[in-house]
Design a protein around this ligand. Structure first.
Ligand code: ATP
Length: 261
């Protein structure tokens, strides 16, 4: 279980920001840009939560706090009973995080990349080989395992990045826009992979702009707008509160506050 409560993160405004007076954003004040102001949600065992919000809403900033890459200014992130804001090392072990900026070592093969990150997490011998083989098969990677990462296609790189993110058997998996830029077949593989994590009881949180993926995968939805949580609940409640059984429409209605069009 992961419970996120009242997270906030602000960034000091740069000279560049201050110069650009034409661009007004209500999250700029007191010399800071308040990227995430108050975000809360919960994802339990065996649940998949879709994190939604318009461009710039604060989804990636939130997920980077969950991954411990960014320290929140305020709030707590509980994994079971551990507050990983206070114990980031525990958080790093407990969370598997895929971000858009995750890099692979170009000179290593796909297989070597995944094995390398497994070793960094203390896996070795039979346990490492068994875990890697399981992931290579689930993510349909066997045809390109021995290719150098620098020569992989976008989809192959993404599969390798996902395998790399979960090789240490994390308790919670967090994926930032895992299907962006992928073709239909690779998207399908990623969707099946998320389903298999769910079947293993692992909570999965993923951000996306594709509500068809949410319909296929999610038990719960959290919506962020302008750095604030504006919905956290089941898909059924999302449709009810958004005033439509069509997820895109419910999302638009929720954001505009015009819930019963
Ligand atoms: N290090 C930083 N310094 C200053 N501002 C930042 C920083 N990181 C993020 N921001 C700002 O915080 C806001 C939220 O960004 P974030 O990437 O979290 O949004 P998002 O919801 O993931 O958007 P998208 O859907 O476009 O990926 C943006 O306006 C962004 O410019």
């Amino acid at each position: 279980m992961i419970a996120v409560d009242k997270l906030a993160k602000r960034f000091k405004l740069t000279k560049e920001h201050k110069k650009n007076k034409e661009r007004h954003d209500s999250r700029e004040y007191d010399g800071y840009f308040h990227s995430v102001k108050n975000v809360s949600f919960t994802c339990n065992h065996g649940e998949v939560l879709g994190l939604l919000g318009p461009n710039g809403a604060g989804k990636t900033t939130t997920l980077r706090m969950l991954s411990t890459a960014l320290k929140p200014d305020h709030g707590s992130i509980l994994i079971e009973d551990d507050n990983i804001v206070k114990q980031p090392l525990l958080g790093r072990k407990a969370i598997g995080f895929l971000s858009g900026s995750t890099g692979l070592y170009g000179r290593l093969t796909a297989k070597e990349n995944v094995e390398y990150f497994g070793k960094l997490h203390g896996l070795k011998g039979h346990a490492l080989k068994a875990k890697c083989d399981e992931l290579f098969s689930m993510l349909d990677m066997t045809t390109f395992l021995d290719k150098r990462a620098e020569h992989l296609s976008t989809g192959m790189k993404q599969k390798t990045n996902i395998a790399r993110a979960v090789v240490h058997n994390p308790k919670v998996v967090i994926l930032d826009e895992p299907t962006t830029g992928l073709d239909i077949m690779t998207t399908q593989t990623v969707i099946s992979f998320i389903r298999s994590l769910k079947a293993q009881g692992i909570p999965v949180i993923f951000s996306t702009h594709h509500l068809d993926e949410v319909a296929l995968l999610c038990d719960k939805i959290a919506v962020i707008d302008q750095g604030l949580s504006c919905f956290d609940g089941t898909v059924t409640d999302f449709m009810k509160q958004g005033g439509s059984t069509e997820l895109n429409q419910a999302f638009l209605n929720l954001l505009s506050g015009n819930k019963h069009v």
